[in-house]
Design a protein. Structure first.
Length: 413
């Protein structure tokens, strides 16, 4: 019943928008009007039709086939554009309604042909321009923006860093989401950029796949070719556990998870699951920690106490933790004193605005800390904006990220 109500509401909105568009097509020849009407209603009917034909796939979007996700994204973009039209036409209709009342009250004519004044062509044209903004930008995000990789370079200064690690570099990538990739050339170009950074350490902070381990299999050789002087390390994200896919049985889900663990090893990454490694240089050491996914609303498998073990508060530690809420809720006030945490997860919602000194994304209303470098209690958190995409198969304003971090030793104050 709820689906029927939703479809009825969608039809009413589509009909309302079409009535507004008809006023703009008054000067078109009949054939042109008919073709526009045909394509309009074909697009409008596509989403209800998909719900009828592929209900299970749409309920589990991370496991949907590529072509279905692209159609869903096209419908979403059209829906946002229609929303702009609805708001414009509704605003004009309120004004027309008020104008109609005033005319009726003040009119001295006995015969009134119409209560509502006719639609203003200028308003309709303005509505089309407003609707074109999301249409053009979101389409660009799917075609080009999702592969518009950007290297973010950050310098972190801390007195706890051993002298021998002054200038130590880390490249971070996160949220690969292999099942959403459709341009191998763009990805391999980004991998070349990663390799050219020539960092001391390469880390991956979770969400290698959308759900299924098979998604990453075409990329195993490419990941193997990435190298770093002190090694490659990885952790799991919430999507890597396969919880967003309809498995035939728990055994199938477990087998998928075990294959994914094997893929990390095959790619040459040391997968840290509530574990740590010591990185040594000229007799000095820093400690790399990696926890399983811990996030508000996304499961809490990460165990920081177990991961820290017997490390002291003065030991320099870099923690890989997929979800930044772990830092907010646990890490930043933990007595174990984790100096630097690297996270991902948010994607910056894959859309927003970033200028020097100003950032905005809708994701900030869910995650107050959603990208870039943050510090509190002399502890640092860096949130990578993500390498891949999920849901909306594009990026607008929040471009895919490769992070390059340089650590610096500062004097004790």
């Amino acid at each position: 019943m709820s689906i029927l109500i939703l479809l009825l509401c969608l039809f009413v909105l589509d009909f309302y928008v079409f009535q507004g568009l008809k006023s703009l097509m008054a000067d078109f020849d009949p054939s042109g009007r008919n073709w526009i009407a045909f394509f309009y209603w074909l697009l409008s009917a596509s989403f209800p039709l998909m719900w009828l034909l592929f209900p299970d796939e749409l309920r589990k979007p991370s496991g949907a086939p590529q072509w279905l996700s692209l159609i869903t994204n096209a419908w979403m973009i059209a829906g946002i554009s229609k929303l702009m039209l609805v708001l414009s036409f509704f605003g004009e209709d309120l004004f027309r309604f008020g104008e109609g009342i005033v005319n009726r009250v003040l009119s001295t004519q006995a015969d009134e042909s119409s209560f509502l004044p006719s639609r203003r062509r200028f308003v309709g044209q303005t509505a089309l321009v407003l609707a074109a903004l999301p249409l053009v930008s979101l389409t660009y995000g799917m075609v080009r923006g999702r592969y518009q990789f950007k290297v973010h370079r950050k310098h972190i200064y801390t007195p706890d860093l051993p002298e021998d690690f002054d200038g130590f570099t880390i490249t971070q990538i996160s949220d690969f989401h292999a099942g959403s990739i459709d341009s191998p050339d763009a990805i391999r170009k980004a991998f070349q950029t990663i390799q050219e950074l020539n960092s001391d350490l390469l880390v991956f902070t979770g969400d290698l796949v959308n759900s299924q381990s098979s998604e990453v299999e075409p990329w195993l050789d490419d990941f193997r070719q990435l190298t770093a002087r002190f090694g490659k390390y990885s952790i799991l994200g919430n999507h890597d556990y396969g919880h967003y896919f309809e498995w035939a049985s728990p055994l199938e889900e477990e087998a998928n998870f075990n294959r994914l663990l094997g893929h990390h090893r095959s790619m040459g990454f040391d997968l840290l699951m509530n574990d740590k490694r010591t990185i040594q240089c000229n007799g000095s050491a820093i400690h790399l920690l990696g926890v399983e996914n811990w996030g508000v609303g996304f499961g809490q498998l990460g165990d920081l106490d177990r991961t820290l073990g017997d490390l002291g508060a003065s030991d320099f530690k870099v923690l890989l933790s997929h979800d930044p809420t772990h830092w907010e809720q646990v890490v930043k006030d933990h007595p174990g004193n984790v100096q630097l945490t690297l996270s991902g997860h948010t994607h910056g919602m894959q859309m927003g605005i970033e200028f020097p000194g100003f950032k905005w994304s809708p994701i900030q209303y869910r995650y107050p800390r959603w990208s870039d470098l943050h510090t509190e209690n002399d502890r640092f958190l860096y949130i990578n904006r993500g390498f891949g995409v999920l849901g909306y198969r594009g990026r607008v304003g929040i471009w895919p990220e490769i992070t390059h971090i340089t650590l610096h030793k500062t004097k004790d104050v």
